[in-house]
Design a protein around this ligand. Structure first.
Ligand code: ADP
Length: 274
């Protein structure tokens, strides 16, 4: 932290954050599933200027075999930042930070997966940060969770990540890169929202007990918004698959073979009218 950074203000004269957000406002969010064709499941997120891809392979045979677990699958998560993903070139070798973030994302996802359904198998999640903008471990958790769902891995709940913290003495949701770097505290959170269970809670900086409680209250609205977007993108994915399946099916002359999903009320009305 340099002196010039320390003096920088994080709120404008109207009380808004430097990117124009209110204290509890999320950065723009875009989610996509099925981005990669080779992976068993994949997803892409743009959260603020974070741009992150997640690819899931598995359940598949585990190599090396001696790492196999007799009664469940081994979940492996690899988080990597591209050398070009930050202002100054990042060294290509995996850093301690990347190892730590891979571990915390795995721990955030693991409790929601039914790993016991796949003894001795591996489920691999590769997360590639193309551009980083603060809160990348949270955005990575969000995108990895829907990539796992896209791979058809059974789960108790989707996991949703976002950071909360303190900047210029005020609690703020979804810290930007600058707020993360020169703010007073950064608290990455991941939750299985529908189950009201936290699966990731870290803290960098200082918050009082009361501030932490208030921060966790504030973050729930943001988690709910992201969770709904995750659900929406997965739902749209299923609708698309259903449409592709029904398009690829031969039209049948035998009414008994028509799948229920193809019958809607408008079809019934036009059939009645004919
Ligand atoms: P998170 O991305 O989860 O907030 P950190 O708090 O460790 O994780 O990092 C905050 C931000 O700092 C990152 O999102 C990224 O924009 C930036 N950053 C991380 N590592 C580097 C690096 N090696 N060089 C430049 N910037 C970095």
């Amino acid at each position: 932290m340099t002196d010039s950074l320390e003096k920088e203000k994080l709120f404008d004269e109207k009380g808004l954050r430097l990117d124009g957000r209110r204290v509890d406002e999320l950065r723009p969010l875009k989610l996509e599933i099925g981005t990669l064709s080779r992976a068993d499941g994949s997803a892409y997120i743009e959260h603020g200027r974070n741009k992150i891809l997640a690819a899931v392979y598995g359940p598949r045979e585990l190599h090396p075999r001696h790492r196999a677990i007799a009664d469940r699958a081994l979940l492996r998560v690899t988080y990597r930042m591209g050398t070009f993903s930050v202002g100054e070139r990042k060294r290509p070798a995996p850093s301690r930070r990347e190892h730590e973030i891979s571990m915390v994302i795995r721990q955030a996802l693991e409790p929601m997966l039914f790993l016991e359904m796949y003894p001795r198998a591996a489920i691999d999640v590769f997360i590639q940060v193309v551009e980083a903008d603060g809160g990348s471990r949270c955005a990575s958790t969000t995108v990895a969770s829907i990539a796992l769902a896209n791979a058809g891995i059974p789960m108790r709940s989707i996991v949703t990540g976002v950071a909360v913290g303190k900047a210029d003495g005020q609690l703020v949701v979804d810290l930007s890169d600058l707020e993360d770097k020169i703010g007073d505290a950064d608290v990455p959170v991941a939750m299985a929202y529908g189950r009201n269970e936290y699966t990731l809670l870290q803290m960098d900086g200082k918050l009082s007990k009361e501030e932490l409680a208030k921060a966790l209250e504030m973050v729930e609205g943001a988690i709910e918004t992201i969770y709904e977007k995750q659900q929406q993108v997965l739902r749209e994915g299923f609708i698309q698959i259903r449409e592709e399946i029904s398009e690829s099916e031969e039209p049948s002359s035998d009414e008994g073979d028509v799948p229920d999903t193809e019958i809607d009320e408008t079809d019934m009305e036009s059939a009645d009218g004919d």
